[in-house]
Design a protein around this ligand. Structure first.
Ligand code: ADP
Ligand code: 5GP
Length: 210
C-alpha cells in the first residue's frame, strides 16, 4: 500500500534531549525526515547553516511569510522561527514521516492547519534530571539555567495539548518507544482516510456485483 507520510511535531523543555533524540531516531530508522527551520536568531558556536537552521535577517523572514512560504512560524525570545513549506510537502508526498521540532505556539498552528498531525511532547524522567542535563551540557551559566527552568514550568502548562508524552530516560529505550508510538499512531482511522475509502468502494463494488 503506497502511503503519504505523516507530520510529527516534537516539543519539549530546553535540555530534555530533543536534539539528541532526533539524531538517534534518524540514524536508526530511514523513514523519517527532519525539517530544518528558518530563524532570525544568530548562529551559536558549532551551528551550521542549512543543517541547524537557515539563518536569515528579519526582512527575508517577513518576505517568506508574505509569500506563504512557511507551514507555521512563531516569535520566541525576540526572534522569528518558522518551518519552510516546500521541504515538508515534498517529503510527505514521497511517503516520509516529517518531524518538526518546534515550540508550542507553532505546534498548535500546525494542528489547526493539519488536523492529522501527531503532536509529541518529550519529558525528562523527573524535574531534577532536567536541571542536571541543562547544567551538564555546559553551554549555559546558572542564571540562564534558572530562566530555562522557569520557562519549562510555563511550558509544562501546555502538555495536555499533545497526543502523547515521550519520556527520555534511557536514550535508546526512548528512541524505540518514540518509533513505536509513531508506528501505532499511523494506524489511526483519521490518518488512513484514503485507504478506508478504497476498501469501502471495493466492498460496495463487490456487493453490487452479487
Ligand atoms: P534539547 O535539544 O532538548 O535542548 P539536547 O539534545 O541538547 O537537548 O540535550 C541536553 C543534554 O542532555 C545534552 O548534554 C545531552 O547529551 C543530554 N542527554 C540527552 N538525552 C539524554 C539521556 N537520555 N540521558 C542522559 N543525558 C541525555
Ligand atoms: P533555539 O533558539 O534554542 O534553537 O530554539 C528555541 C525554540 O524554538 C525551541 O523550543 C525550538 O523547538 C523552537 N523552534 C525551532 N524551530 C522552530 C520553528 O520552525 N517554528 C517554531 N514555532 N518553533 C521553532
Amino acid at each position: 500500500m503506497k502511503r503519504k507520510g505523516i507530520l510529527i511535531v516534537v516539543s519539549g523543555f530546553s535540555g530534555v534531549g530533543k536534539g539528541t533524540l532526533m539524531r538517534e531516531l534518524l540514524r536508526t530508522y530511514d523513514n523519517y525526515a527532519l525539517s530544518v527551520s528558518m530563524t532570525t536568531r544568530k548562529p551559536r558556536e558549532g551551528e551550521e547553516e542549512g543543517v541547524s537552521y537557515f539563518f536569515v535577517d528579519r526582512e527575508t523572514f517577513e518576505r517568506t511569510i508574505r509569500q506563504d512560504g512557511l507551514v507555521e512560524y512563531a516569535e520566541y525570545c525576540g526572534n522569528y522561527y518558522g518551518t519552510p513549506k516546500e521541504y515538508v510537502e515534498r517529503c510527505l508526498a514521497q511517503g516520509k514521516d516529517v518531524i518538526l521540532e518546534i515550540e508550542i505556539q507553532g505546534a498548535l498552528k500546525v494542528r489547526e492547519r493539519f488536523p492529522q498531525a501527531l503532536l509529541l511532547f518529550v519529558m525528562p524522567p523527573d524535574a531534577e534530571e532536567l536541571r542536571r542535563r541543562l547544567a551538564g551540557r555546559g553551554t549555559e551559566e546558572d542564571a540562564v539555567i534558572r530562566r530555562r527552568l522557569a520557562r519549562a514550568q510555563e511550558e509544562s502548562k501546555g502538555i495536555e495539548n499533545y497526543e502523547y508524552i515521550i519520556i527520555n530516560d534511557d536514550l535508546q529505550a526512548c528512541v524505540q518507544e518514540m518509533h513505536a508510538v509513531i508506528t501505532a499512531a499511523r494506524r489511526a482511522p483519521g490518518r488512513n482516510e484514503e485507504f478506508i475509502a478504497d476498501i469501502r468502494s471495493g466492498l460496495s463494488a463487490l456487493v453490487k456485483g452479487e
